[in-house]
Design a protein around this ligand. Structure first.
Ligand SMILES: [Fe+2]
Ligand SMILES: [Fe+2]
Length: 296
């Protein structure tokens, strides 16, 4: 990896790191494998700093100025297409399996960007917030690499097929406010992964694709902790601003944002990830409200 982090000691002396500039640099990387490896390396470097140095770094003015990102760094391929243009294939064939692994690799690539952006964009959050989201970015990097290797085993690669355009939409729509970002990205988009993963894993096991099933199981276990991170920081910001979380969530779910809600929900995993009963009921209610409104 040719990435030079500002936290890498030069001439044997540790520079004062600039975590926001480093995060920005990784966010702008376009090569997916390089970006995945850099995300993992960035988290390791962050963990290697003492707690007091971490605090110092965050108190320092960063050379990186927060930009509106129409898109983070990404490779020329995959070609991005509208969701309805994505070919639908069953999992029974190898091509179907390749298509599934490719679409998951694309989701993980985007997840790296989303986690890095949560660090890069929202300054002035506590040190643990930065640690949490750098950890998530590192996990997503690992997830991407697992799928990247699986694609190679299946004689394919990331970029070989078209992919879903619009995964960055929610990032753009929530880039003005950490509360809105936490409410909608981890708690709606990532949480959706918790609902769809177990049946998908079961299907792959049924088809005797243990290798892919194992990767998905690993991802699923990690994703519960990512949603938990989102829930925890959502509650933190609500508390800071003396807001009632359920009311805020309800307001944010009015209208288009509810288009992402789809039952059945994985109750057990969602409870484990820190949702409460009231919120689970609210999610169900908002889904029905949205469906009723789009029918009329
Ligand atoms: Fe992931
Ligand atoms: Fe995740």
């Amino acid at each position: 990896m040719h990435m030079k982090f500002s936290v890498i000691p030069k001439g044997g002396r540790m520079n004062t790191p600039d975590i926001f500039s480093d995060t920005e640099a990784v966010l702008l990387m376009s090569d997916p494998v390089e970006k995945a490896n850099a995300s993992i390396a960035l988290y390791r470097l962050w963990l290697s700093l003492s707690d007091s140095l971490k605090d110092e770094v965050l108190a320092m003015t960063s050379a990186s100025v927060v930009k509106v990102l129409q898109a983070p760094g990404r490779p020329e391929r995959p070609e991005l297409v509208e969701a309805h243009q994505l070919p639908r294939r069953g999992l029974g064939s190898v091509q179907g399996r390749v298509a599934l692994v490719h679409s998951l690799a694309h989701i993980e690539f985007n997840a790296i960007n989303l986690a890095l952006d949560a660090v890069y964009r929202f300054r002035g959050m506590p040190t643990d917030y930065v640690t949490d989201w750098l950890r998530v970015a590192s996990d997503e990097g690992e997830h991407f690499l697992l799928l990247h290797h699986r694609l190679a085993e299946l004689d394919s690669h990331y970029g070989a097929l078209v992919a879903h355009d619009g995964l960055w939409d929610m990032a753009r729509r929530t880039d003005h406010d950490v509360l809105v970002r936490m409410a909608l990205v981890p708690r709606i988009l990532e949480a959706r992964g918790l609902d769809v993963a177990p049946p998908m894993i079961a299907k792959l096991q049924h088809l005797k694709d243990e290798a892919t099933a194992k990767i998905l199981q690993r991802i699923y276990t990690d994703e519960i902790t990512h949603v938990e991170v989102g829930n925890r920081w959502f509650r933190y910001v609500c508390e800071q601003q003396s807001l009632d979380g359920t009311t805020v969530f309800r307001d944010l779910l009015r209208g288009e944002n509810s288009a992402y809600l789809r039952s059945p929900y994985n109750r057990e995993a969602r409870l484990q990830a820190g949702f409460n009963e009231q919120e689970l009921a609210l999610i169900r209610e908002m889904e029905l409200e949205y469906k009723a409104a789009s029918r009329s």
